[in-house]
Design a protein around this ligand. Structure first.
Ligand code: NDP
Ligand code: OXD
Length: 305
């Protein structure tokens, strides 16, 4: 079995070693070398020439959960495009969401400001029952974040294409976005970037959040209209934001997010791809495909996720 591998990341050697260990029966070739017949491709941000060589492979595995960068590539419709499902990322994303929610709920930014002025300024407790967290996207990552926030005692609402059943979570579907946004004291965005979601968080939608709401985007930068977020923070409709993903990465030096006093920036680290867990999932999927069994993570290319 021929497996073609490619990543532009500098940890390529560790991926290759893990793949060869997990699939001893396979011949793993590293692009730009390529066998005449490719059975499986395992890639992150592949060049167009690689996609052209994939031909009618049995599957193309994306080394990430998001497949937005692969939607425009000329991959044959017969080749299943498979993404990572959790693979060690859900726990990390839940941690990121917890930090953002607690930072806001316990007003740590205000205490940091007090400390800078050497002022002893206790603040009244916020009623947790009034502090609803809304999660956009209740998939592998959003579901995990919702579960843990419920365990911490927060009221949680979620928005997804299809209705979800999760104890403690009020589920809203696609046509209920305005009603969902009105519930969010903190909005955590964990949606895929698709034709339907690009620019979703614009002035009109963000204005539907209650005054003082806090925005967290850990999904993709293209979901958010940067200038609209900044304007709404400066107008004090939104109290602040924690952002991990950006339309242009690395975030350009001149971007106003870097120095905005109410915006916290992290460099696309909310859920870092885990080599061992990802390779185990891919190897397991290859074995299932070889045995003619169904697998999880096959992308619906019409929907874009
Ligand atoms: P999933 O595909 O498992 O979940 C996506 C969720 O979004 C589903 O609940 C889906 O609804 C919902 N959704 C999609 N489109 C719409 C729509 N138009 N209207 C309403 N709901 C919609 O994805 P994951 O949870 O695995 O990942 C989410 C995203 O997180 C990835 O696509 C990626 O961009 C980003 N990510 C970021 C990382 C980082 O480090 N910053 C790391 C990993 C991922 P339904 O359930 O009904 O289908
Ligand atoms: C992913 C990511 O989509 O790392 O997996 O952003």
């Amino acid at each position: 079995m021929n497996v073609l591998f490619y990543t532009p990341a500098d940890n390529s050697a560790r991926w290759i070693e893990a793949l060869r260990r997990a699939l001893p029966e396979a011949k793993v070739t590293v692009w730009p070398d390529a066998p005449a017949v490719i059975d499986y491709a395992v890639v992150w941000k592949p060049p167009a020439e690689l996609i052209a060589r994939v031909g009618e492979a049995r599957a193309l595995f994306n080394l990430g959960a998001g497949v937005d960068t692969l939607m425009e590539v000329p991959l044959s419709a017969k080749v299943p495009l498979v993404r990572l499902v959790d693979a060690g990322m859900a726990e990390q994303m839940a941690e990121y969401a917890i930090y953002a929610v607690l930072r806001c709920y316990r007003e740590f930014a205000a205490y940091e400001a007090s400390q800078r002025k050497a002022r002893w300024e206790p603040r009244a407790r916020i009623d947790k029952a009034e502090f609803n967290v809304g999660i956009l996207g209740l998939g592998a990552l959003g579901f995990a974040a919702a579960e843990v926030l419920v365990r911490l005692g927060f009221p949680v609402t979620g928005w997804s294409r299809t209705i979800k059943t999760l104890a403690g979570v009020r589920s809203f579907t696609a046509d209920e976005l305005p009603a969902f946004l009105a519930t969010c004291r903190v909005l955590v965005c964990l949606l895929p970037l698709t034709d339907d979601t690009r620019g979703l968080l614009d002035r009109k939608r963000l204005s539907r959040l209650p005054r003082g709401a806090y925005v967290v985007n850990a999904a993709r930068g293209g979901l958010l209209v940067d200038a609209d977020l900044i304007a709404l923070i400066d107008e004090e409709h939104i109290s602040g934001a924690m952002l991990d993903v950006f339309s242009d990465e690395p975030l350009p030096q001149a971007h106003p997010f870097w120095h905005h006093p109410r915006i916290m920036v992290t460099p696309h680290v909310s859920a870092i791809t885990q080599i061992e867990a990802s390779v185990a999932q891919i190897a397991g999927n290859i074995r299932r495909l070889e045995a003619g069994l169904p697998i999880r993570g096959v992308v619906d290319r019409q929907r874009g996720y």
